[in-house]
Design a protein around this ligand. Sequence first.
Ligand SMILES: *Cc1c(COP(=O)(O)O)cnc(C)c1O
Length: 370
Amino acid sequence: MSGNFLALAQPGVQQLSPYVPGKPVDELARELDLDPASIVKLASNENPLGASPKALEAIRGAVAELTRYPDGNGFALKSLLAERCGVELNQVTLGNGSNDILELVARAYLAPGLNAVFSEHAFAVYPIATQAVGADAHVVPAKDWGHDLPAMLAAIDANTRVVFIANPNNPTGTWFDAQALDDFLQDVPEHVLVVLDEAYIEYAEGSDLPDGLDFLAAYPNLLVSRTFSKAYGLASLRVGYGLSTPVVADVLNRVRQPFNVNSLALAAACAALQDDAYLAESRRLNEAGMQQLEAGFRELGLGWIPSKGNFICVDIGRVAAPVFQGLLREGVIVRPVANYGMPNHLRITVGLPAENSRFLEALSKVLARG
Ligand SMILES: *Cc1c(COP(=O)(O)O)cnc(C)c1O
């Protein structure tokens, strides 16, 4: 008799749904026998600019040393981050993507009998990281698609160890302001670690979105996570970071893989961090593209959820899955968000002007077919 290795998995894992990524370009090209170059992918919040030339140059420089393990302490990148973020080196944790940071938090602080609080329509990795370690997920209903911070406070109990909040949130693009964040942090019990996920913060500069770093000194139970995958354009390399007290960083360091960030990612992230022109261009392009998409939706008579990220959820007004399929046949990949409890929406990543136009034309065509 062989064992039932599904039933033998820990209960949280048995109930997990795996993360659903955006459809890869090559997969659609194979399925529809299309030229990959003709396909527009606006499905994974990737930076349409391509990587910074400085990052690419740094990668070429690091290739000669691929036979060696990377610097397991990530000294060069941590030093740069500490300087830029105004923290000490021992407050920085590097991750294999910021996803890794979220998982390190779950592994270090959650266990069966304990729970994490997060919002409805929040990032899919929060339930995955929570259930994977056998902890309970307390999912709090959203308010106007965004986090209901007072309700999230009320959902915290004696067994809560972590609260995940994203600002702006993915996939909704919703955000809260500095006052709301401060009110929340003031009332969160001291035994609860607040993970403030700022994967898109670089796109929100100059807006009323708070900078989580401004709150680190006042709140020792705060961890801010950020990534090089979005505005810095290095999604494939998998590098992100957490900023916290030295104690929390020390705890996370105990459970991380010894060489969790590879040498090409370290080199590229250092270069990208110093390429201010690239970041400014990414922002400019995103703002222009967001306006282009909103204007297009307006013209089509569609509603949307205002977003401070590099993506936007458009309301199709009925179940959106057939429209998603129709767009695929037009060679345009966007993201269905039914698995986030949003069956009538599609999430569109802001692309280059020509990509946004291709998408809007395809959308118009698909909607006209009814
Ligand atoms: C994309 C994203 C991340 C992390 O991505 P990594 O590539 O793992 O750094 C984290 N949080 C949110 C809300 C995201 O959208």
